[in-house]
Design a binder for this molecule. Structure first.
Ligand code: KG4
Ligand code: ZN
Length: 334
């Protein structure tokens, strides 16, 4: 049988990425051009800057992805692209490039949900078994998703305000860490102690069991730092980080455990940028032992086209292809 090769595009935020997946499993290349250095000085992603960068590097990324995979255009079976959620201008660059590429080479175009991409990155570790539960934690999203079968996603709980990654980045700014701060806070947390006992939101008996909220934690953190500053004191960033991370992880673990008792599943997938968190990985390994916990390798946790390629296999198998008028859907949900 002829080998199947999918060329995937991801440009929803601040990484321009193109990947090649062979026979649904083998990631032959996953080129990621990060723009973080251009956004750092603004303390966050500037949408217009992001779009311009995508335009500048996308062609090079395509060429590199094909050459690293050691294939030519004529080997390709299909083209996949993130249609949302994400920044509209950034998404449009990937969509325009993928459409033009697919049209020119007469290949089918597969639209992919970015969050499904994060989830399917776990496919690199092992075949996914259904039904499964996914805890998706990124800069823009925090959600528990019940997946009864491939392609059938149901959000059973999500954040009412900030996403976890967003909260990490915001408290990082208060500690004058560079954007994005999640990784550094994770490292500092391991050297400090939970001395501030920040609030764990929506953990009381009559609270919505599967909903999240991180804005109260963020405010408590900011107030603690500002109050200390007013008194001329400076707080230990290691203890601040450890306290913040302990509050976040207590909530993530508690809600995930409730979800697993309410929905019997074969597997728990934890994915998204924050799934790179060492503290989270350690606690999952220690506390969720009665079910298979699958977390993508570190390089597939952040945004990348490899995960879009894995997710596109599910769409391909169900004959979900895009028309040539495919548009970006910035607030696409499951
Ligand atoms: O999934 P992602 O790359 O982009 C979005 O789709 O949002 O996630 C980026 C987020 C950022 O907020 C970043 O601070 C956070 O993931 N992050 C982490 C860690 N590494 C990245 N948060 C906590 N601990 C980490 N080790
Ligand atoms: Zn993402």
């Amino acid at each position: 049988m002829k080998d199947k090769y999918i060329l995937a595009f991801e440009t929803s935020c601040d990484e321009t990425s193109v990947a090649v997946l062979k026979n649904d499993q083998e990631l032959l290349s996953n080129i990621i051009a990060s723009q973080i250095d251009s956004h750092k000085r603004f303390g966050g992603v500037v949408p217009e800057v992001a779009s311009r960068h995508h335009v500048e590097v996308i062609t090079t990324c395509i060429n590199e992805a094909l050459s690293e995979a050691n294939i030519t255009v004529s080997d390709l079976t299909a083209v996949a692209v993130t249609e949302g959620p994400g920044l509209v201008g950034a998404l449009l660059v990937g969509i325009a490039a993928a459409k033009a590429f697919a049209w020119a080479h007469e290949l089918p175009l597969i639209p992919v949900n970015h969050m499904a991409g994060h989830l399917w990155a776990a496919r690199q570790v092992k075949p996914l078994e259904f039904p499964l539960m996914a805890l998706l934690v990124s800069g823009g999203h925090t959600e528990l998703v019940y997946v009864s079968e491939p392609g059938d996603y149901k959000i059973i709980g999500e954040t009412r305000d900030d996403a976890v990654g967003e909260a990490y980045d915001k408290v990082g700014r208060v500690m004058q860490l560079t954007y994005p701060a999640g990784r550094e806070i994770d490292m500092l947390a391991h050297q400090g102690k939970d001395v501030f006992n920040f609030p764990r939101a929506m953990m009381k008996h009559d609270d919505p069991a599967l909903e999240f909220s991180f804005s109260g934690l963020k405010s408590a953190f900011i107030n603690t730092v500002h109050n200390a500053e007013q008194k001329g004191e400076s707080l230990d960033v290691k203890d601040l980080s450890a306290s913040f991370q302990a509050a976040v992880l207590d909530v993530l673990l508690a809600k995930t455990k409730i979800a697993l008792t309410e929905y019997p599943v074969k597997m728990l997938v934890v994915a998204g940028g924050v799934a790179a968190n060492k503290g989270l990985r350690d606690r999952l390994a220690a506390e969720i032992t009665d079910i298979d916990v699958v977390i993508p390798p570190l390089r597939l946790c952040g945004d990348n086209a490899g995960m879009i390629a894995y997710a596109s296999v599910c769409e391909y198998n169900q004959n979900h292809f895009a028309d040539w008028d495919l548009n970006a859907t910035p607030s696409l949900s499951f």
